[in-house]
Each structure stands twice: as C-alpha cells, then as structure tokens.
Write a protein that binds this ligand. Structure first.
Ligand SMILES: [Zn+2]
Length: 265
C-alpha cells in the first residue's frame, strides 16, 4: 500500500470504517495538513512561513521568561502579520467536521492535535488535547488556568492571572517551553487505552505527539494514515488512505454511519 498515491477507493474506505467500528478505543492524531486545507500556511517546507521568514528563535521560551513585557509587546505588534491573519479567518473544513461527527457518534474517544488554530474546537470536538497549545487562549504559567484572549486585559503588560496573580503567556507552546503537564497527562492516559489511531494530515514525526501514536502501534494496535502523500510512517501503518483529510475523513465517517445503520436494521 505504501507505493500508491491515488485517491483512496470506496472499498478501502469501507474496510477501514469496519476496522474503526471493531476497535474498542479509537483515537486520532492530527497535524498541519488539516490546517493547510483550511487555508493556514504550514511553517515548514516549500512556501512555509518559516522557510520565508526564518525560523522563530529556538529559545523563544527563555526569551519570554527573560523579558515577558517585551515578548508581549512583540506579540501584539505582530497581530496583523501574515503569520496571524490566516488564523483569524480560517474555518473548520469537512475533515474537522467529520472527526467531530465521529466523536458525536460515540466512536472516536479522544483526539491529540498538533495544531494551534482552534479549528477542532470550532468544529465541535470535545475530548481534545492541543499538544502545542491554542492561539486563541492565554495560559497562566503558575496555575495553568487557560483564559480566552478576550477575557484578559492587555493594558498592562505582562498581564497577570486573574486567579492567582501569576505570569500569563499565550497558550501556544514556544520553542524551549515544556508542554504543559495537564495536556501530556491526558494524552498518556487516552493513548494507553487506545487500540487504534487515525493519523490525519501529519507525518507523525514531531515528538511527543508522534510517540503516542507509535506507542499504540507497538502494543499491537492499528495505525491508519490519512494523508495526501506517503509519509515517514507509511511503512508502519496498517492502512494508508490517500487524499485530503476533507475528502477521506468525510467519506470514512459516512461509511461508519452507514455500516452502523446496516447492522441495526
Ligand atoms: Zn494563575
């Protein structure tokens, strides 16, 4: 299956839907490919924002901690940049909506996303770990409470946590910043229960997110890849469905619904 680059056939989609329905605890791992389909440019690769503007400093978190006021001022001055603009106008695509439907059907139990764009939440996903944070949220570095951006006054910088007075930072995880423990714990807890992972729009090579998917595979679970292209993990996947997330995931979730109805009738 690794070689093919043609759009997944209806038969492959249906067989995969059967596997998902047979699983006890399916989870999903999503990445930048899903955001790209909603018009958000990727960071890496040709046409990527980092390729164009240079990578952000690898010690972004240390720089924030050294001078939080300056870091906040820099962030606010970039609000209208090419980096932020696509995030403000992006809408969930059919792939986001399909995964939210799969959760509503009671089939998908948990999702880990590497995306910071808020689109899974906007699509209605509830059991969700945003492993790199969420750009619309502000997080207290002391008590880890998250606040919606609009709920925090930015008149005085850096802003203070309304709950504990601690230092507030964008929830988006900076380079050099530890991934918040509450998020990591959720991921570990749910991936330990999982026996199937749908990997969509990511080559699953960025750790720690990739580790959660591969760990399920190592325990004998099933790995399903949904990606336009062959990726670094294609070789270890049980199924690779080629196509956009919007196309493949919506067909996959329709098939899950159909099979369920057939079984009931
Ligand atoms: Zn706090």
């Amino acid at each position: 299956m690794a070689e093919k680059s043609e759009r997944a056939s209806d038969e492959e989609v249906r067989e995969t839907a059967e596997m998902i329905l047979d699983a006890r605890y399916p989870i999903a791992l999503t990445g930048a490919g899903m955001s790209v389909e909603s018009g958000i440019p990727p960071f890496r690769g040709p046409g990527g924002l980092w390729t164009k503007y240079g990578e952000p400093p690898m010690n972004g978190f240390q720089r924030f901690m050294a001078d939080p006021k300056k870091a906040w001022e820099e962030r606010l001055s970039k609000r209208n940049d090419e980096l932020f603009k696509p995030l403000t106008v992006a809408k969930p695509n059919a792939g986001h909506l399909a995964l939210a439907d799969l959760e509503r059907l009671g089939v998908l139990r948990f999702m880990i996303t590497q995306n910071i764009d808020d689109l899974h939440r906007q699509a209605g996903q509830k059991a969700l770990a945003e492993i790199h944070g969420n750009w619309t949220l502000i997080r207290c570095l002391d008590c880890t409470t998250r606040f919606h951006g609009d709920a925090i006054s930015l008149e005085k910088l850096p802003p203070e946590c309304p709950r504990c007075g601690g230092l507030l930072k964008s929830d988006t995880v900076s380079f050099g910043e530890p991934i918040p423990g509450d998020v990591l714990n959720m991921c570990a807890e749910h991936s330990a229960l999982a026996d199937l992972v749908i990997v969509a729009g990511t080559s699953a090579t960025v750790y720690p997110a990739a580790g959660f998917a591969l760990e399920v595979k190592q325990r004998g679970g099933i790995l399903i890849e949904v990606n336009l292209y062959e990726s670094e993990i294609t070789q270890v996947c049980d199924v690779s469905l080629r196509g956009t997330s919007a196309d493949v995931l919506s067909r996959l979730v329709s098939a899950v619904g159909e099979i369920r109805r057939e079984k009931l009738s």
